[in-house]
Design a protein around this ligand. Structure first.
Ligand code: GDP
Length: 350
């Protein structure tokens, strides 16, 4: 064997090469954030976090919280296009004997990836025995009610103009917002959005965050969302480290594509990360030279998952990461990506 490559193959190789070049150029020009910009944004978020810690300790010394910390792509070097958002994690302490978690698939909602947190032992430890009883709704810890407690505090009783002027930022709570968000203007033309994310770490290591189900029906209001973000990000990074791979680069490119194309804005970091982790199970070659091939494969895989209406989370296969998209949104995303298969560079012209 070993005959010379046919004309079609050469043509294909040429197209590949150019897609490869375009992807890396797009990465340099649009995706990557200058390190100075990242540093300034991180600094601003840290300043706010420090102020909030002081305020909460002084104002609410009884509130059972662990130390708040910042997290998100800005801290994992996975943020793309602009350094404009971070999450402020607020870990809540629950008494082990007073609260238990029930997986969503064991409830009437039958929703893997979401959990209920039930108050236990009310007969021996009546209402009021736990600080968080004030956020109990119908016997369950309500994430909505927890967010409201923080909202009152953050939007109501903190003097943001005063803190802002000390730090030389303009800080204001964003209203209305789905979660609780602070807008920090740290230079005339630079803004950072910091989301408050109350967090429960259950005994079995399950992390639950107070981020409402998107298609929030009333019956979903007590659901806590399981977060796999720490595991997802660690796994992606570990795989890249083993083989000097391009998975993180590929993730950042597809994240930027989705951020810059309104038709794809509904695809989030968790879905895209899991799609890459699933692909990594089938595909071994993630060298820098294979970026264009893996990128095309990722697009095809996403089209396939969208056609099926289902994207499993690799850390819990029963979780469908598309479960918060409407059928129409799934169709539209699938259509946009399907069209891009024959002209992937169209995704980079934004
Ligand atoms: P990016 O915002 O697209 O750059 O992606 P990130 O990886 O920073 O993910 C942030 C999103 O994940 C936010 O919408 C969060 O609400 C959500 N999220 C879920 N779990 C976590 C978590 O454990 N930490 C953080 N920071 N965000 C989480």
């Amino acid at each position: 064997g070993g005959g010379r490559p046919g004309k079609a193959e050469l043509q294909k190789a040429r197209m590949r090469l150019s897609l490869q070049e375009h992807l890396w150029a797009f990465f340099q020009e649009r995706v990557a954030i200058p390190s100075e910009e990242q540093a300034v944004a991180r600094r601003a978020a840290l300043d706010i976090c420090a102020e909030l810690r002081v305020f909460l300790h002084a104002k609410l010394p009884d509130m059972p919280l662990r130390e708040m910390y910042l997290s998100g792509s800005l801290y994992d070097d996975l943020q793309v296009v602009t350094a404009d958002h971070a999450q402020l994690m607020v870990p809540m302490i629950l008494e082990k004997n007073l609260w238990s978690s029930i997986p969503g698939e064991d409830t009437i909602m039958n929703l893997p990836g979401f959990w209920l947190v039930r108050r236990e032992n009310l007969e021996y430890f009546p209402r009021g025995s736990s600080y968080w009883d004030r956020c109990m709704v119908g016997g369950y810890l309500s994430p909505k009610s927890v967010l409201e407690v923080f909202e009152k505090l953050v939007a109501g009783s903190i003097n943001w103009p005063a803190i802002g002027s000390v730090l030389d930022y303009i800080i204001r709570p964003v209203v209305p917002s789905e979660t609780l968000t602070l807008e920090v203007q740290y230079e005339t033309d630079r803004r950072l959005y910091v989301d408050f994310l109350p967090l429960l770490v259950m005994e079995d290591g399950v992390s639950l965050i107070a981020k409402p189900h998107r298609l929030a029906a009333e019956r979903h209001e007590n659901l806590w969302r399981q977060s796999f973000r720490v595991a997802e990000t660690a796994k992606l990074r570990a795989l890249d480290q083993e083989d000097a791979g391009c998975r993180c680069a590929c993730l950042k490119i597809i994240k930027a594509v989705c951020k810059l194309n309104p038709a794809l804005a509904r695809l989030n970091a968790s879905q895209l990360t899991n799609a890459i982790l699933l692909l990594s199970e089938q595909e071994g070659d993630w060298t820098q030279e294979a970026l264009a091939d893996r990128f095309m494969q990722l697009l095809r895989a996403l089209v396939g998952h969208l056609e099926a209406g289902r994207l499993p989370c690799i850390f819990s296969l029963k979780v469908n990461l598309f479960c918060e998209l409407t059928p129409q949104e799934i169709d539209e995303l699938g259509y946009t990506l399907y069209c891009a298969l024959s002209d992937p560079e169209s995704l980079l012209r934004t």
